[in-house]
Ligand binder design. Structure first.
Ligand SMILES: *Cc1c(COP(=O)(O)O)cnc(C)c1O
Length: 317
């Protein structure tokens, strides 16, 4: 990739969270990745991977994800002017398929579960010029995601703020691998990373407990974006060389955090992001030792006023 090629992602705001800062008597900071043009931080890592693939001659990008990864790949493919195909299982809603088609990608429904859609994606990639774009398990994805920490540290420096904890959520661990890459190259190697998952999607927590990678039998959380049954080896390895504290929150707590965040910051985020926000909204004990936490507001396109209202009802909030 030529050094002059502009990134597909934008620099997002670093904001103070006034209500949480007051309630917790701490400086609670937010990195507003929900403002990325593709709706989540995913554009950083997947955007870089797609950009490098096209620079290396790819003419067709194939991504097995009906979620934010697929949406970011579709966005990147359109921006780079290459054909992009998103493989999704039949459980993916018509609305999601339409949304991905609207930004110019082809959507192929294949199989009834993600593994079947993934197999078909891998089969398509046997064609010359066709490149597989995984949702989280690739070094270019981690490198791209790391830029959010480069930015946050530089923005914090201008405000005279040094973060003493970082909070994020985890699905397959591409976000956390990127964040830790960024923390280590910006002098935050001693700063703890607090990683939130929802009950029923806690594959990182399960791996840390077991001391080895674990494949969950099923995902039972509504936070489908966090629903990787097994995390990337890289993410697990990071937990061995960095102070990583895994916490799990309930779906209800994640949704409650989304609702409070909507009121406080006038911003809608997915329950996958609500899981990270819930660490602060629930004032979990893991925060006791920190004074200036940075929450990565990962965002997500799988939310709407109607969806939030339905979850509010489902969990009697
Ligand atoms: C992808 C995603 C996550 C989880 O990221 P992983 O790299 O899979 O750990 C969390 N929140 C949102 C909004 C996402 O799009």
């Amino acid at each position: 990739m030529s050094a002059s090629m502009p990134a597909l992602h934008i620099q997002t705001a670093l904001l103070a969270h006034p209500q949480l800062s007051a309630a917790l008597a701490r400086q609670v900071w937010l990195k507003m990745e929900n403002m990325q043009p593709a709706g989540s931080f995913k554009l950083r890592g997947i955007g870089l991977l797609c950009q490098r693939a096209v620079a290396d001659g790819a003419r067709h990008l194939v991504c097995p994800s009906g979620g934010n990864a697929g949406f970011a790949a579709a966005f990147a493919g359109a921006a780079l002017g290459v054909k992009t195909t998103i493989l999704v299982p039949s459980t993916t809603s018509a609305a999601v398929c339409r949304r991905i088609r609207e930004i110019g990608a082809e959507v192929i429904v294949h199989g009834s579960v993600w593994d079947e859609a993934n197999q078909e994606a891998l089969r398509l990639c046997a064609q010359p010029g066709t490149v597989y774009i995984p949702p989280f398990d690739h070094p270019d994805i981690w490198e791209g995601n790391a830029t959010l920490i480069d930015e946050a540290v530089a923005q914090g420096r201008e405000l005279g703020v040094e973060f003493d904890a970082v909070i994020c959520s985890a699905g397959g661990g591409g976000l956390l691998s990127g964040i830790l890459t960024g923390m280590h190259r910006n002098g935050l190697a001693q700063v703890p990373l607090i990683v939130a998952e929802t009950e029923g999607a806690a594959s990182l927590h399960a791996a840390v407990q077991a001391g080895e990678l674990v494949t969950l039998p099923a995902i039972t959380s509504i936070a489908s974006t966090l629903g990787a049954r097994r995390v990337a080896q890289q993410a697990f390895d990071w937990t061995r060389r960095h102070p990583v504290q895994c916490v799990t929150v309930s779906d209800a707590q994640a949704v409650a955090a989304c609702l409070a965040f909507a009121d406080d910051m006038r911003t809608l985020v997915e329950p996958a992001c609500g899981a990270a926000l819930a660490v602060a909204y629930q004032n979990l004990p893991v925060l006791a030792a920190c004074k200036r936490p940075l929450i990565v507001v990962c965002g997500g396109i799988g939310v709407s006023l109607a969806a939030l209202a339905a979850w509010k009802e489902q969990f009697s909030l």
